[in-house]
Ligand binder design. Structure first.
Ligand SMILES: Cc1cc2nc3c(=O)[nH]c(=O)nc-3n(C[C@H](O)[C@H](O)[C@H](O)COP(=O)(O)OP(=O)(O)OC[C@H]3O[C@@H](n4cnc5c(N)ncnc54)[C@H](O)[C@@H]3O)c2cc1C
Length: 508
């Protein structure tokens, strides 16, 4: 497998870079470079290659991190030791036969995916089996494990985040120790484990599983995930401009949006996009699930998918940064009008609605995303929008809505979380705004969490006030179960984990 030394790595939006002592690119291949014959043999060749790197890291006392798409804007993937590129580990198996699941489990709905499989690749495979993901982010370029590891979400206030459709994890911590982890209920059979995770110890424990889902690479290498998909469905969507004075009345209750008069009977998705300097034109997107029919055109408006991903939009134009409020206002107005067209009753499958992530080019951008209880959404907006007039913000503000996650440290921790995102070009001005935002919310008494994969100001004190001692302690205890020695706990820690006090060693 290719290995590079002193490798300078940069994330997609070029705000995080570091030098890894060794950079390993892992493939599903035999040690001699040949491709194994047969699905299971190929699957396990990638596993053996991961184990080889981990054995070497343990022998040499090096920390290890894996990355997927490299889309995160926080330093969660940073390492000075061994960095593993898992992109080529992208095998996907939709539909499990009855022998591979426990009695009563509908194997046809399950999909096994290697860690590097992108959301787009999984969508494609699922579509061919008449299945679909229950939710996803706005676009599809993340790897499946990278996405769940930070709690990636869309705006599905009736489902949750991406980690919420995962029901099994294959976690590899060394060349000799690896686990198949599920919640309390067994989903797969021992036949499955013998095939796809041979030699793994089975763990069926809600506390360990729920902590491991959103664990930003600090529980070991997650080699594969078991996804529970849904029978394929379609989404009917409407996008319309409304004045802020109308929209703000709906911010605290997404289930109320029928009152907007859009032709969506049973909303599943609601998002609001705001130019804080032009409040007469906020963009509202609403979707509902409808039955899929084979006659349905696969995509009806290719501009919708990429253009709906605000961070993508900002990343594309990040070299032009206006500085004064009037220029920011005009610049954002032009950008929004170009990217977000009004549309009504457009029907498409999820994989063609949240798409085009793989075409996103590098470009300097920043983003912060806070999670608040939905009942606080308007109160937060009433702090944030005036703040933009005191500390100029050259970016867009979006409001999305997500049902509570089952994962211990998910940032979508409220019964319904309103996720407010602040994507903007990479600039001092953007950072000044972020530095003003946190104390303004704190001073107003608005409790909030922060997306693990976006810029944040988390430290060992505020991580506990935001997530609670019980959740943080349960997460650390689960990590120590998976990583039973201090040496392993140190191997999967990094500066980010240390700064947050999440790298606590077990007492031996
Ligand atoms: C253009 C753009 C659009 C975005 N849209 C959304 C959105 O709509 N909703 C949302 O919630 N977020 C969004 N984000 C944030 C993004 O979804 C998250 O940062 C996500 O984690 C990125 O996935 P990735 O595959 O790039 O992971 P990476 O950034 O590569 O990694 C994320 C974390 O996962 C760990 N990891 C990756 N693979 C493994 C593995 N195999 N084993 C163990 N640990 C692993 C890494 O070490 C790291 O800690 C967006 C980001 C960008 C740049």
């Amino acid at each position: 497998m290719p290995v590079y030394t002193n490798y300078k790595w940069t994330n997609l939006h070029e705000n995080i870079s570091f030098t890894a002592e060794q950079y390993h690119v892992i493939y599903n291949r035999n040690p001699d470079g040949s491709t194994p014959i047969g699905f299971v043999a190929k699957w396990n060749s990638g596993l053996n290659n991961i184990k080889t790197v981990l054995r070497d890291a343990i022998t040499n006392g090096k920390p290890v991190k894996v990355f997927g798409g490299g889309w995160s804007l926080s330093d969660i993937q940073k390492t000075t030791g061994y960095l593993i590129n898992a992109n080529a580990l992208n095998m996907i198996e939709p539909g499990l036969p009855a022998t591979q699941v426990e009695p009563g489990i509908p194997g046809n709905l399950y999909c096994l995916a290697q860690c590097g499989a992108s959301v787009m690749e999984i969508n494609t495979q699922l579509q061919q089996s008449n299945l679909a993901l229950s939710t996803s982010g706005a676009s599809d370029g993340q790897s499946i494990v990278g996405a769940i590891s930070t709690g990636t979400h869309g705006s599905s206030f009736t489902f949750g985040s991406m980690q919420d459709f995962v029901e099994g994890l294959h976690i590899v911590v060394s060349d000799t120790l690896h686990y198949w982890v599920e919640g309390n209920t067994r989903i797969v059979s021992d036949v499955f484990v013998n095939n796809f995770a041979p030699g793994a110890t089975r763990i069926n424990n809600d506390a360990v599983f729920q902590a491991a889902l959103v664990s930003f690479g600090s529980f070991g290498v997650i080699y594969a995930v078991l996804i529970k998909a849904e029978p394929i469905y379609a989404l009917k969507r409407c996008q319309k401009y409304f004045p802020w004075v109308t929209i703000r009345n709906f911010l605290n209750d997404p289930s109320n949006i029928a009152g907007l008069g859009l032709p969506v009977a049973n909303p599943y998705y609601f998002s609001v996009l705001v130019n804080p300097y032009k409040l007469d034109a906020t963009v509202v997107s609403v979707m509902e699930k409808v039955a899929f029919t084979p006659q349905m055109p696969p995509t009806s408006n290719p501009s919708f998918g990429p253009s709906n991903d605000v961070l993508h939009v900002i990343g594309k134009v990040s070299s032009i940064i206006p500085h004064t409020i009037p220029t920011i206002m005009k610049w954002l107005d032009k950008l929004i009008k170009k990217q977000y067209k009004e549309e009504s009753n457009v029907v498409s499958i999820p994989g063609y609605t949240f798409m085009d992530g793989t075409s996103i080019a590098k470009g300097k951008a920043l983003s912060v995303e806070i999670g608040i209880d939905v009942s606080q959404a308007l109160a937060a907006a009433n702090i944030i929008i005036p703040l933009c007039n005191v500390t100029p913000f050259p970016g867009i503000i979006t409001f999305r809505y997500v049902k509570k996650s089952k994962s211990t440290l998910a940032f979508t921790k409220y019964p319904v979380t309103c996720a407010i995102e602040f994507p903007a070009p990479f600039s001092n001005q953007t950072n000044n705004f972020y530095n003003a935002l946190y104390p303004a919310l704190d001073a107003a008494g608005i409790e909030y969490t922060l997306h693990w994969g976006q810029c944040n100001n988390l430290n060992d004190i505020n991580v506990r006030t935001k997530y609670g001692d019980a959740a943080v302690d349960a997460w650390i205890a689960a990590r120590q179960t998976i990583l039973p020695t201090n040496a392993l706990q140190t191997m999967y820690a990094n500066d980010f984990l240390h700064r947050l006090g999440l790298d606590e060693l077990s007492v031996v």
